[in-house]
Design a protein around this ligand. Structure first.
Ligand SMILES: Nc1ncnc2c1ncn2[C@@H]1O[C@H](COP(=O)(O)OP(=O)(O)OP(=O)(O)O)[C@@H](O)[C@H]1O
Length: 248
């Protein structure tokens, strides 16, 4: 369980070596190493300020590391981020939707960003609206949706370009148990063949979903391992001890 990097023979979706992110005098990532095989599901845990969102933003290519190496889906993310963008989807707790556009218009807008237009885009949008069970609300403005519905539309948005890597930033925050269950079912339906990385404060849920688990503190990996090789009770104790360290 204490191995810093999980070993695997599968091709790697994510390979980070000595990743550093410096904000002025503060180090949000402090030499982080990480490997995740393609098709894997990594859950990231840790106290407030541990660097989880910073790591997710680097993986989403929204921010550039200050140092270290990062390969995503076999591509050097620092050298060729533009090659990667269309292969990655991000579901953040900020919905990134346009409130005054309908569900369908939102999806059409994001589809157009990936050059998807016309009947091909319409078919994809119909398919995704059915998938997230919002086809009956396709022509309603996103601002009239509940939090759970906005979350489902965000999932459709993030999947519009059929991404190989899906990044989830605390997707359960604000969801009631029913919406959370729906979200679980949705993830299960779109999981096939894709790689997932999820930041979560819910240890039990995060652990149930993942194939690999990472606990971060102060910008470093406290533990990163395949869940099949982890003793869950020991992992929970380590998590609680790490969160008990308080804000980094
Ligand atoms: N844009 C920024 N400018 C300055 N410091 C930042 C910036 N973004 C993050 N930080 C700092 O980097 C550290 C890690 O922040 P990050 O948001 O990654 O933590 P987190 O693990 O996601 O926390 P939380 O659980 O509270 O969401 C914190 O000390 C934070 O103050």
């Amino acid at each position: 369980m204490s191995s810093p990097v999980p070993e695997s023979a599968a091709p790697l979706a994510i390979e980070a070596r000595g990743l550093v992110k410096q904000f002025g005098g503060r180090r949000a990532l402090d030499g982080l190493d990480l490997e995740l095989p393609q098709g894997g599901f990594l859950s990231i845990f840790g106290p407030n300020g541990a660097g989880k969102t910073t790591l997710l933003r680097e993986l989403a290519l929204l921010a550039r590391p200050t140092g270290g190496e990062l390969r995503i889906l076999g591509v050097d993310a620092l050298e060729e981020p533009d090659v990667l963008r269309s292969r990655i989807g991000l579901i953040s707790h900020k919905s990134m939707l346009y409130g005054d556009l309908t569900a369908r218009e939102n999806l059409a807008f994001f589809a157009s960003l990936y050059g998807l237009e016309g009947p091909e885009a319409d078919a994809r949008i119909d398919e995704l609206l059915r998938l997230v069970e919002l086809d009956h609300r396709a022509n309603d403005c996103a601002r009239t949706f509940s939090r759970g519905m906005q979350q489902r539309l965000s999932i459709a948005r993030a999947l519009i370009n059929d991404p190989e890597l899906v990044l989830l930033d605390e997707p359960y925050s604000g969801l009631d148990p029913h919406a959370a269950e729906l979200f679980d079912r949705l993830i299960a339906r779109v999981r096939d063949g894709r790689t997932f990385v999820m930041v979560s404060h819910d240890l039990e849920k995060g652990f149930d979903l993942c194939t690999h688990a990472l606990i971060m503190a102060r910008g470093r990996a406290v533990v990163c391992a395949e869940t099949a090789k982890i003793d869950r009770a020991a992992f929970r104790d380590l998590y609680l001890a790490t969160v008990g360290m308080g804000v980094a």
